[in-house]
Design a binder for this molecule. Structure first.
Ligand SMILES: Nc1ncnc2c1ncn2[C@@H]1O[C@H](COP(=O)(O)OP(=O)(O)O)[C@@H](O)[C@H]1O
Ligand SMILES: C[C@@](O)(CCOP(=O)(O)O)CC(=O)O
Ligand SMILES: [Mg+2]
Length: 435
């Protein structure tokens, strides 16, 4: 099908409002990051499928006849148009030597890979003989949608290998994107990958990973935000590990235990997302400080709600306290329980140095220190040309990861190194040649 090596890449995301509530059908607002996951595809030895996931320590290789036999075996245990069944996942675990109930990153990543590979090839083609490597700039399990970016890349690559979607990249082109129809198919399969990793995902993360930009998401309905002002948002990684699957299950349990208490909290989060959307769409492209108080209150209220749902963490409380002592407002983003928090930065008030100084109060290693680079390139990095070096990134900018939401690049400014862009600038899923 192709002669040169290909790289599929998808962005991570930040949820502004609506995490957890979105799983129960409420509205969420989310925006793509310029931190991406990269999947390299190259033809493999005939009859072998190899996968290497250095971010989670996986290196596996299988004979394709064995995978075909496994595929036949699990076909009877599930409906191909539906979600992965318990029986299918049990059979895949047994095949891969993964213990029942194992939820370590390597186990979930392997299981999601096997499920997507077999389910997609069963429906559209044959098990491919390929060599797949996935690496990411996103921290794993920190609320920035690394699981979805992984699932989106896998879905796109596997669907393309099986001929269900085109290979849109032509010789002479550097980057290509799929059609809307193809993106819809990719997104639906990425959702199934998320189901393997998250248990019960809403679909918002894979939607952002597929389409990029800033969007409103509710019960599968994806609506790009009409107008997004340029906002500066600070992204802080508490580095406290957590699992989305466990946190989402915990929220479900709380709602089942106290429905009369918890449902109004979910309704209020829904209202915050809706109000926030109205405020964002009513704001000018370059808002002044006077537009911020309402957005700040939404952050505060939602952070309290998320604590009520049981997904807070002392490290996130600390982020809120430290930023509040500088009159700034923060909330967790993603599943919580640690991971990342976001802080709204009103224009002009804080230089990166100023932010750095007060965030050191959080404790040296508790904020972003490093940024993983794995841009596709022709070099011979440790991953065979993917260059996954973990490098100190341009001084303070690596410590302060600021998210700019904007409709277009602010006049006269280029992207700040290490900064993150949302809105119409945020790149969606894409396909490139490796060299
Ligand atoms: N680069 C990657 N390679 C393989 N698996 C990945 C990668 N990134 C994420 N994952 C999978 O996603 C899981 C993390 O997902 P999750 O708990 O939802 O956190 P988040 O999506 O916020 O990063 C990991 O345990 C792993 O199984
Ligand atoms: C908590 C949730 O709303 C977002 C989870 O995001 P992440 O996996 O923490 O990046 C779950 C979901 O929407 O599927
Ligand atoms: Mg996730």
């Amino acid at each position: 099908m192709w002669t040169r090596e290909l790289v599929v890449s998808a962005p991570g995301k930040v949820i502004l409002h609506g995490e957890h509530a979105v799983v129960l059908g409420k509205v969420a607002l989310a925006v793509a990051l310029d931190l991406r996951t990269f999947l390299r595809l190259r033809p493999g030895a005939e009859g072998r499928l190899s996968v290497s996931l250095p971010g989670v320590g996986v290196r596996r290789s299988w004979d394709t006849p064995d995978l075909r036999a496994l595929r036949e075996r699990i076909a009877a245990d599930g409906d191909e148009s539906k979600s992965p069944s318990v029986e299918q996942l049990d059979a895949l675990r047994e095949f891969a030597g993964i213990a029942a109930g194992a939820s370590a990153p390597d186990s979930l990543a392997t299981l999601a890979f096997l499920y997507m590979c077999l389910a997609i090839s069963a429906k559209y083609g044959d098990v491919p003989s390929v060599d797949i490597v996935v690496c990411s700039e996103l921290p794993t399990g920190a609320g920035l949608g690394s699981s979805a970016a992984y699932a989106v890349c896998l879905a796109a690559a596997l669907l393309m290998l099986c001929g269900a979607i085109s290979c849109p990249l032509q010789e002479g082109e550097s980057t290509a994107r799929w059609t809307e129809e193809e993106l819809t198919l990719i997104n639906s399969w990425a959702f199934r990958g998320e189901q393997v990793i998250h248990g019960n995902p809403s679909g918002v993360d894979n939607a952002v990973g597929t389409w990029g930009g800033a969007l409103r998401y509710q019960a599968g309905k994806i609506t790009p935000l009409k107008r997004v002002p340029t906002l500066r948002i600070l992204l802080t990684n508490t580095k406290v590990p957590r699992s989305t699957k466990i946190l989402v299950a915990g929220v479900k349990e709380k709602i089942l235990k106290f429905p009369a208490i918890m449902n109004p909290v979910l309704d209020s989060i829904d209202a915050i997302s809706q109000e926030c959307q109205s405020v964002l769409e009513a704001m000018p492209a370059n808002p002044s400080a006077e537009h911020y108080p309402v957005l700040e209150e939404f952050f505060d209220i939602n952070q309290h709600h998320l604590n009520v749902l049981g997904v807070g963490h002392p490290s996130l409380d600390r982020l809120c306290q430290v930023t509040a002592s500088h009159s700034l407002h923060s909330k967790l983003t993603g599943a919580g329980g640690g991971g990342c928090g976001i802080t709204l930065l009103p224009p002009g008030q804080y230089s990166p140095l100023g932010i750095f100084l007060f965030l050191t109060a959080l404790g040296g290693g508790q904020v972003w220190e490093q940024r993983n680079h794995c841009q596709p390139c022709s070099g011979s990095g440790g991953m065979g040309g993917m260059c996954p070096s973990t490098a100190w990134h341009c001084g303070l900018q690596c410590v302060i990861q600021s998210v700019h939401l904007c409709v277009s690049a602010p006049e006269g400014t280029g992207p700040v190194p290490g900064a993150v862009f949302g809105g119409a600038m945020a790149p969606s899923l894409s396909l490139q040649w490796l060299s």
